[in-house]
Design a protein around this ligand. Structure first.
Ligand SMILES: Cc1ncc(COP(=O)(O)O)c(C=O)c1O
Length: 284
């Protein structure tokens, strides 16, 4: 045991300050040497209970043996071919698995990206190209990432947006329920969202509605059941395509995707609509 942080961590922190922008902050001022089994061992040899956890490993833990074995086998085979240059089976297998896990009996396709923000950006691109429309609705308390478009979709200013504007246009914000504070029922929350959307957005130009069934970054909140299930039919009755949220890595445990898979809402694939753009038109 050493003081926390120990001398080796303190030295590395001096190097970090000199080499890494201050915007990349530090929650715990120790440097990890190993992690696993719910414990982080720091570079000074201290074992700390891993209450923070990397977001990508909250489901299966750090250095889970099956993950280590799969990654090791893969990098031994090849590290990169670029799937669009030389495809490989594993990409197709992941797409098949995600297609099977995503609710709905319709035809599905999956494209893989290297970050959540990139996946969100591409979902919006596909929705816009498929519908020929531009407007996107996101919700209060939403977190969708830190790239230019996803910052615009993200609701919270500090720490995500402050000083980084102007933000991408044609992004509109609708209210959602914050069950710990507002006491709204699902139907009330849904009615408020539909009212805001139809008042402030040209629904004939609405390309996508993007919603996190479980909000876990800007707040930790799960809107009432009906708002995630019925919001899709509400969105469809006003216009457009609903855009599936990304899988929140690890937070649903292995093999689980978003709440879409547990609450019966079926994300609408924009590519499904491409074959029938008229299907995205507003309905009475
Ligand atoms: C709901 C949601 N969308 C998008 C993102 C952005 O993902 P990434 O940090 O991989 O770009 C996150 C990350 O926490 C997220 O929780």
């Amino acid at each position: 045991m050493t003081a926390i942080p120990g001398p080796i961590s303190a030295g590395l922190m001096r190097r970090k300050r000199a080499a890494v922008p201050t915007a990349v902050g530090t929650t715990m001022p120790v440097f990890a040497a190993r992690a696993g089994g719910g414990v982080v061992v720091d570079v000074d040899g201290n074992s700390l209970i891993d209450l923070g956890s990397g977001i990508a490993v909250t489901g299966v833990g750090s250095s889970a043996p099956r993950v280590v074995a799969a990654v090791t086998a893969q990098v031994a085979d090849f590290t990169h071919t670029c799937f669009m240059v030389t495809p490989y089976e594993e990409y197709v297998a992941v797409a098949e698995k995600l297609n099977a896990l995503t609710p709905g009996g319709h035809e599905k396709r999956t494209a893989l990206f290297s970050s959540g923000a990139e996946a969100v950006e591409n979902a919006i691109k596909v929705a816009r190209a498929a519908t020929g429309r531009t407007a996107v609705v996101a919700f209060d308390h939403a977190y969708h990432g830190r790239t230019s478009l996803t910052m615009a979709l993200t609701a919270k200013v500090k720490p995500y947006k402050q000083g980084f504007g102007p933000f991408a246009p044609e992004v509109y914000r609708a209210p959602t329920s914050y069950p710990y504070r507002d006491g709204l029922t699902g139907p009330q929350a849904l009615a408020g969202a539909i009212d805001r959307i139809t008042t402030q957005v040209d629904v004939e130009d609405l390309a996508a509605v993007i919603i996190e069934p479980i909000q876990g970054r800007a707040v930790s909140s799960s809107p009432p059941t009906v708002s995630s299930r019925a919001s899709r039919s509400g969105a469809e009755s006003t216009a457009s395509c609903s855009s599936p949220t990304r899988c929140r890595r690890g937070s649903r445990g292995p093999g689980r995707c978003s709440r879409a898979s547990t609450r019966g809402s079926s994300p609408t694939s924009s590519s499904r609509r491409r074959a029938s753009p008229a299907g995205c038109r507003s309905r009475p």
